[in-house]
Design a protein around this ligand. Structure first.
Ligand code: ATP
Ligand code: MG
Ligand code: MG
Ligand code: MG
Length: 564
């Protein structure tokens, strides 16, 4: 690219409300331009960076056999009704009607669409697993779009979805995607942590976030001084529910039948994530006046194999209630468990009718609560897992100490289980010819947010400092004096040579002053600028390293070797 022909509108203007370096520099250096709140145009340099990030993602996805697709951005609202998310998503979901009065939404994420694509097309366990992803514009009508590309309303996300016949296989894939995501972020030159997005203390790995460490990050994460452990403190706090949900009559009635209830039914009813309801202790309490309640203590866990005994003391920790309160409803410390692993694995027909005992666990083979007769429930209390994380706490994995730091959420991976496949009736035939909902994982990565995250971590007071895998151009060749024929000739020669060697190179052949061009190069942040200037009379040029800001004088005929 010749700078004289490029559209790179750099400026001194700092956009109103811009406080973050990434927002300021990406705007000033001519990468992005704002259209309206949370809406941005990507100009040529931003497009280049995005493409480079996408390439890295594509390569690492290919390596784990994930396939790229592209689904329609406009998605039928019907699908969102089917999954029950149309209400849950609230105002972030932009809805509109077409000329035939059909309701659509602009995809903020594509679980429903992907499930719809796969259902009835993949019908046997033999064709599983599969992992499909896309890199695509998303729209979320964020309440507070801000910080430039960091929190846009329209943004680019890599969203992937995997389909499995067993939870074990989902665990394997989840781990593979986590490893791939780590590779991607390392290749992009980012300092990051993988943190537990849910409860810090329990160590469940059903949901993990990839956090780029930066003071400007909106999330607070607890990290260990010794090992790799990290947890999102906000998420841990958010999961601190502990209220008794008021079940709407209609919803409650769904449970009036004595049918077998699936874990998803229960999850929906208790408004908790099904993947986390798997580890659950339930207690049916019969009052003297014959009214009954069932108490569920919900804990996060990875899979059923890990069902642990829960004793009363632990339960007290989990649910934030006092011993007196528990006693009031018939739970006496010592009464709950401890159960041994074996018993917990057979979740024996959770016959709440006859059991005034505690029932723990779930059916190992099909992950269903069997025979839970909820028709007897007159009141339900649940307590989601709560996990406070404090600075100075001992790490749950080693004897290191936890400290707080700020992070930018650039990725989020999640074991969905059957959350979407069950309501959308996306099923396959298992080895026994039995129809089962797909067991799913979902994997998001914020591509446009990553552009901002790179700058947050790599900049100085003069502008951006792009890393090798993200730089729009690796080398900027700067001809100091465009009237000097020797300088121009060397610039042209080097430009051709580097282009032939497939180095991303830009030739600053503008007539402007050297100082102005240099400031521009610093603002944009090319990793290397080759300055062809006065030193050429001695046969030398300078290589300016943007990261260290050091200039090294080298022989003109050695530049090529130096840069390569
Ligand atoms: P946040 O907590 O920042 O609102 P989220 O948890 O709502 O993000 P996810 O639903 O997990 O986001 O989406 C996957 C990824 O998409 C996020 O990890 C993030 O990198 C990116 N992302 C989400 N919302 C935005 C946004 N408004 N602008 C840019 N990127 C976003
Ligand atoms: Mg959000
Ligand atoms: Mg989040
Ligand atoms: Mg998230």
């Amino acid at each position: 690219m010749r700078r004289s022909k490029a559209f790179i509108p750099t400026s001194k203007e700092v956009p109103n409300e811009a406080t973050l370096p990434s927002h300021i520099f990406l705007s000033r250096a001519g990468f992005i331009s704002q259209v309206a709140a949370g809406l941005y145009n990507y100009m040529p340099l931003a497009k280049k960076v995005i493409k480079k990030i996408e390439n890295v993602i594509n390569e690492e996805m290919e390596a784990i056999s994930a396939q790229e697709v592209e689904l329609s951005f406009v998605t039928p609202a019907d699908l969102w009704a089917e999954s029950g998310r149309i209400e849950k998503f609230g105002k972030e979901l932009l809805r509109f009607k077409d000329r035939k009065e059909n309701l659509f939404v602009l995809g903020p994420t594509h679980e429903e669409m992907m499930v719809d694509l796969v259902r009835n097309r993949v019908t046997s366990y033999k064709n599983l697993p599969i992992n499909l992803y896309q890199i695509k514009t998303k729209f979320r009508d964020e309440a507070r779009p801000r910080f430039g590309l960091m929190r846009g309303r329209e943004f680019i996300m890599k969203d992937g979805y995997s389909f499995h016949s067993t939870f074990q296989d989902l665990d394997r894939e989840f781990y593979a995607v986590e490893a791939a995501y780590k590779k991607i972020l390392s290749r992009l030159g980012l300092d990051f942590r993988v943190v537990e997005a849910d409860s810090g203390a329990i160590g469940g790995s059903g949901s993990k976030e990839l956090m780029v460490l930066a003071d400007s990050g909106e999330d607070t994460i607890a990290v260990c001084s010794k090992c790799e452990y990290g947890a999102n403190v906000e998420a841990a706090k958010r999961s601190k529910r502990g209220h008794i949900p008021e079940a709407p009559e209609a919803e409650f009635n769904k449970f009036q039948t004595p049918d077998t209830k699936t874990i998803d039914d229960l999850a929906q009813f208790f408004k908790v994530d099904p993947y986390y309801t798997i580890k659950c202790v339930a207690k049916r309490v019969i009052y003297e006046d014959s009214s009954e309640i069932v108490l569920f203590f919900v804990r996060g866990c990875d899979n059923l194999q890990e069902v642990k005994a829960v004793n009363a003391t632990e339960a007290l920790d989990i649910v934030d209630v006092t011993e007196e309160e528990l006693a009031e409803i018939g739970l006496i410390p010592g009464f709950i468990g401890p159960l041994d692993q074996d018993k917990a694995k057979h979740v024996i027909d959770a016959d709440l009718k006859n059991a005034a005992n505690m029932i723990c666990g779930a059916n190992e083979t099909d992950y269903h609560f069997v025979g839970v007769d909820l028709s007897v429930i007159s009141e339900v209390a649940y307590f989601a897992d709560i996990a406070e994380v404090n600075e100075g706490d001992t790490c749950p994995y080693c004897d290191g100490e936890l400290s707080f730091t700020k992070g930018i959420e650039v990725g989020h991976i999640f074991k969905l289980g059957t959350t979407y496949s069950a309501p959308l009736k996306a099923e396959f035939l298992d080895e026994n010819g039995k129809s089962q909902p797909f067991i799913m994982g979902t994997y998001g990565m914020g591509v446009s947010r990553l552009v901002a995250a790179v700058v947050e971590q790599h900049h100085d007071e003069n502008g951006c400092i792009w890393t090798k895998e993200t730089a729009p151009y690796m080398v900027n060749i700067m001809v100091s004096n465009i009237k000097d024929e020797a300088q121009v000739a060397l610039g042209e020669e080097l430009y051709t040579k580097l282009q032939d060697a497939k180095v991303e190179v830009i030739l600053d052949d503008r007539k402007d002053r050297f100082g102005f061009k240099m400031k521009d190069a610093e603002l944009i942040g090319f990793p290397y600028t080759v300055i062809i200037g006065k030193e050429l009379v001695n046969g030398n040029v300078q290589i300016y390293d943007r990261a260290t800001t050091e200039k090294t004088e080298v022989k003109a005929d050695e530049i090529y070797e130096k840069i390569m």
